[in-house]
Design a binder for this molecule. Sequence first.
Ligand code: SAH
Length: 349
Amino acid sequence: MKTGTEKKDIRSLYPEELAEWILSKGEKPYRAGQIFQWLHKSQVLNPEEMSNVPKSLKQELEQDFACSTLREELRQESKLDETKKFLFELSDGNMIESVFMKYRSWNSVCISSQAGCNMGCSFCASTIGGLSRDLTAGEMLLQVYEIQKLLSEKISRIVVMGSGEPLENYDNLLRFLRLVNHRDGQDISMRNITVSTCGIVEKIEELAGEDLSINLAISLHAATDEKRKKIMPVAMRYGLKDLIAACRRYFERTGRQLTFEYALIDGFNNTSEDVHSLLRLLEGLNCVVNLIPVNPVRDRAFKEPGSRAVREFKAELERHALNVTVRREMGRDIDGACGQLRARKAKKL
Ligand code: SAH
């Protein structure tokens, strides 16, 4: 089967779109359901494997659609926990990373939404080398399907926190969410999916109107515009006032509690002044602050605070009744942070 951008990725189609195509070919409508289940429930990699679909129809499928692929290029397995990190090659040679994480009662994957990233956050490895391209919905799904197959494990939670800015690839992200949630596919509950964004304000507004019960996480990392601009170029586009206003509306519309991610960088954003800015900023908002000791990847200027400083920062926020969690570090020994493996492979790190 040919792959390429000129043809639509068959795995990105909604069942209704497949049905429309089936009808245009003069085939029986129930074939669309069969094909959808092969792709999303049985997770076949290639239409050839759809044993109850007539050969002529399979040939037509191959003629009209592309079928994205993922090839495992590298795998790193943590010795500290059961975290496994995959470097996958896409059909066009681009590389992406996905991470499998095992918790006590569920398995989770962290997927990429773009190959590379354009956001330029100064502490993040995914953005080294810029954006190569958006992933299709099918390529986001494949990360889940491939890992399930490779590890013979069932995945029930997904975090869209790998490389890329998901809200800059909005239409494909929405397709991905609806497809992975589809009852004829993997049927993963929206409540078990978290999308993380650096804060694309108009897209947060749009997402609020989509009637999805996903979890939204906002990468905040600093509580004043001045500070945020130093580490996140997106802060030049959107001020914190507008970002937080969009978050308030998001909560009002969806009733879903927001998470704010805050990478603690020693001496930069972990002073008591930062605590107070953060408290002022998030006042009255139903949210959780997730503290992440920064993973030093590029610049030695980004140092993580010691565990005592992390505890103190957390305690001070909690004294003011903020909900705070500290991210459990998984796979720290295997380049756990976004984009490190890919950048290393491309010799950019
Ligand atoms: N573009 C999206 C999702 C990808 S990054 C976003 O910005 O949210 C997922 C999370 O990891 C983000 O909160 C990001 O800021 C954080 N992150 C990236 N590099 C990191 C590092 N070196 N240490 C700690 N957190 C990091």
